[in-house]
Design a protein around this ligand. Structure first.
Ligand code: FES
Ligand SMILES: [Fe+2]
Length: 374
């Protein structure tokens, strides 16, 4: 009887949602004078702008009889329920007025969600222990964004069903999939886990056998990428695109998600390009859209894999695979009570992959593919 068969452990999954800041989308999209329902964290939220233009997030189900506040209207900066007209204040969570009633039950409150606007995006804080966000955990403002040194975001979002959002976070340490899925090959790959951040540093080149015929292909082009997860669900990725002709295009990518249920999440990605010398805002915006189309292809290639893969808690790894287990340990901290988080989940951990062997094999594969085509 064979005893060396390795079985897949699909694990038990999580029974709660991660603690941290989650991006719900571009802030401006919520400022259109109506309330928005957002399905997230196993429940429904309502997002709207109050009378002062500040974005507010409340539990989406009305505490009177449970109707969907996202289908309501705005009255004096409060959200009015479509069912019986109760008006809820976004700042306090209290019912301000029941138009038809002599007495308004002002003591009962609905839940308010901490939110923040950063980089033109709306972020909401989730914590199963219901504590407010520590100020130092807010993701950073992108240098120059508020000053208009970047194009506006080319923004996309996609509901992914049948997968837990841990799949996309695993990508952060996965060097080899860039070759097979994204048609790039890494020439340098390093991860740094530290506290509540997880960083990926990568240099990569485009595969000549795939992109060689493109007018944009240059053998000396190099993508230098620095990507950091600030908490479990919000990544900023700085991308320095050396085109090979001496010019560099600076791109910043937001890669963010929020869970809808334990096996679905909304993936969002936005691309902005630094203003180019001599180029007008229209040209820069067009370039951002072109990069966005490229990254969209990449994300959708990942999505296609997630759609068909199984959850695996015991991946079988080689030396060239990144620190999947360490990063999952880091990721676990967001699912525990704060008092249960242990030092090994937050300790600084660095690992650089020796890419020399992979590069020799990949170069040979690319040459074989090019020869076959001739
Ligand atoms: S259910 Fe909202 S007012 Fe009645
Ligand atoms: Fe990927």
């Amino acid at each position: 009887m064979a005893t060396d068969i390795r079985e897949i452990d699909t694990g038990t999954g999580f029974d709660r949602f991660a603690r941290g800041w989650h991006c719900l989308g571009l802030a401006e999209d919520f400022r259109d004078g109506r309330p928005h329902a957002v399905d997230a964290f196993g429940t429904r939220l309502v997002v709207f702008a109050d009378a002062g233009g500040e974005l507010r997030v409340l539990d989406g189900y009305c505490r009177h009889m449970g109707a969907d506040l996202g289908a309501g209207t705005l009255r004096d900066g409060r959200v009015a329920c479509p069912f019986h007209g109760w008006q809820w204040d976004g700042g306090t969570g209290r019912c301000a007025v029941v138009p038809y009633a002599k007495r308004t039950p002002k003591l009962a409150r609905t839940r308010t969600w901490h939110n923040a606007e950063i980089n033109g995006q709306l972020l909401v804080w989730h914590d199963h222990e219901q504590d407010p966000p520590p100020p130092d955990l807010l993701p950073p403002a992108i240098d120059g964004f508020a000053e208009g040194r970047w194009s506006e975001w080319a923004w996309r979002s996609e509901l992914i069903t049948g997968s837990h959002c841990r799949e996309i976070v695993d990508n952060n340490v996965d060097m080899a999939h860039f070759f097979y899925i994204h048609h790039a090959y890494p020439t340098y790959f390093k991860n740094v886990l530290d506290g509540q951040t997880a960083t990926q540093l990568m240099h990569s080149k485009a595969r000549e056998d795939i992109f060689g015929d493109s007018p944009y292909y240059h053998p000396d082009s190099l993508l230098r990428s620095e990507a950091t997860y600030f908490g479990p669900a919000y990544m900023i990725n700085w991308l320095h695109n050396d085109l090979g002709d001496g010019t560099t295009i600076e791109v910043v990518l937001t890669n963010a998600h929020y869970p809808v249920t334990q096996d679905s999440f909304v993936l969002q990605w936005g691309v902005a390009v630094a203003a180019l010398p001599g180029a007008g805002p229209g040209q820069t915006r067009a370039l951002a859209r072109a990069f966005s189309a490229k990254f969209s292809e990449g994300f959708l290639e990942d999505v296609e894999v997630w759609r068909h893969k199984t959850r695996i808690d015991n991946p079988l790894l080689t030396e060239e695979d990144g620190p999947v287990y360490q990063q999952r340990r880091w990721y676990e901290q967001f699912y525990l009570d704060k008092s249960e988080v242990t030092a090994d989940m937050t300790a600084r951990y660095e690992s650089e992959i020796d890419v020399r062997h992979a590069r020799r094999e990949w170069d040979a594969e690319i040459q074989r593919n090019l020869l076959e085509r001739r």
